[in-house]
Design a protein around this ligand. Structure first.
Ligand code: SF4
Length: 384
């Protein structure tokens, strides 16, 4: 008799949408079932994505590390009085964009803390000195600088309103916000998002939906190992799937693993291990289907690149030849040549992509016309 797990895997391979109950069963599978789980996820990826795995060559621009939230695992955010607090000046943005361009980067990743102007008067003065009243207006300007230098902006500025996204769509090829997890439990006292109002799942779901209404190619994902249960991981992936089924705008889903950092409240918390990560990636692939782009960060899993390929990813995300990962500064990007070699050893070709996936470049309503010529030019370059 077929086991429950193999029945579910057959369903996924037959492109039948898996239910929450199926997802919970996969999450509870035994160690003996794990190879079959990974194999099915890999086969589904192969059928839709082939043996090509992509990355985006980017320059990482941490526009400001001020943030009104306090997530228990974060070392990126700083208070204004902290000597390590910064807000990049327009000149610094221009300088780094130029360095990125010189190194062949095509993506300008604008990454910043959430709503600092709501919390810090000093920061409001800094913005005013730059000639802007809001962070969004400043980020818009930063994106204009990147575009003027031929780079394609992708902004992850935390929770944005409908109007803010509508504005930023004019100067971004895509936007991003990690859902992280759908469970409000993680906002309770003692949990990692207790002091992070912008991590309220309903608020993040609202933004994901509004990005869909605005037809913005969108990057989201889950953060694993922050105190969530397996069922909550499955629920989070299914929430993303439901939003994508409604609007069709989720261009990629990241499975990111928590890394414990010194001097944080979660410094002593256990990190997800290789099996945990691979199993979650495989479940993401099986729940989201073969068409979705599924990504895992290579710098947070340096010893597991082959395992993650086997588990069903088809993308490594942004990799920078010029800037570090400011959110995980201790985790160096892999050397591209070495990553390409690892991919080859597993039977994959590593290929560059843009910050907008090809399926959204010509899709009516998504990329604004002003950004199309440069995007098409760069797309021709990465496909050459
Ligand atoms: S993870 Fe993001 S929202 Fe949370 S404190 Fe850090 S910068 Fe702020």
């Amino acid at each position: 008799m077929q086991s429950h797990i193999s029945v579910i895997l057959d369903k996924a391979l037959a492109d039948v949408s898996l239910s929450a109950a199926d997802g919970y069963e996969l999450a509870a599978c035994s160690a003996e079932d794990l190879p079959a789980l990974l194999a099915a996820a890999g086969a589904l990826r192969d059928r839709y994505k082939g043996r090509t795995v992509t990355y985006s060559r980017k320059v990482f621009l941490p526009v400001t590390n001020l943030c009104r939230d306090r997530c228990s695992y974060c070392t990126f955010r700083k208070d204004p009085r902290d000597p390590a607090a910064w807000t990049m000046t327009p000149e610094e943005i221009r300088d780094w964009v130029e360095r990125g361009r010189a190194q062949g980067c095509k993506e300008a990743l604008m990454c910043l803390g959430d709503k600092p102007e709501k919390a810090y008067s000093q920061y409001r003065k800094t913005l005013a000195r730059f000639g802007h009243a809001t962070t969004t207006a400043y980020v818009y300007h930063a994106c204009e600088i990147a575009l003027a230098h031929g780079l394609l902006p992708h902004t992850n500025a935390g929770v944005l309103s409908y109007e803010e996204m509508k504005l930023l769509k004019q100067v971004n090829v895509s936007l991003g916000l990690m859902l992280e997890n759908i469970s409000p439990r993680l906002r309770q006292k003692g949990m990692p998002h207790f002091s992070a109002p912008d991590k309220e799942p309903a608020v993040r779901v609202r933004m994901l939906r509004e990005a869909g209404e605005l037809a913005i190619p969108f990057t989201t994902g889950i953060l694993i190992g922050i105190g969530e249960t397996w069922a909550e991981r499955v629920d989070s992936l299914l929430a993303i799937r439901e939003i994508h089924q409604t609007y069709g705008h989720i261009q990629e889903v990241i499975v990111q693993n928590f890394r414990a950092k010194p001097d944080t409240r979660m410094a002593g918390a256990p990190e997800p291990d290789s099996t945990d990560m691979a199993k979650t990636v495989a479940i993401a692939r099986l729940l989201l289907g073969g068409r979705m782009n599924v990504q895992a960060p290579p710098n947070l899993n340096p010893a597991d690149h082959k395992l993650l390929l086997r588990a069903g990813i088809n993308d490594w995300g942004g990799i920078s030849p010029v800037t570090k990962d400011y959110v995980n500064p201790e985790a160096a990007w892999p050397h591209l040549e070495r990553l390409a070699q690892t991919c080859r050893e597993e039977g994959f070709t590593l290929r560059e992509r843009l910050a907008i996936y090809p399926e959204y470049i010509d899709r009516p309503g998504f990329l604004v016309p002003a950004l199309r010529p440069r995007t098409q030019e760069l797309y021709a370059q990465v496909m050459a």
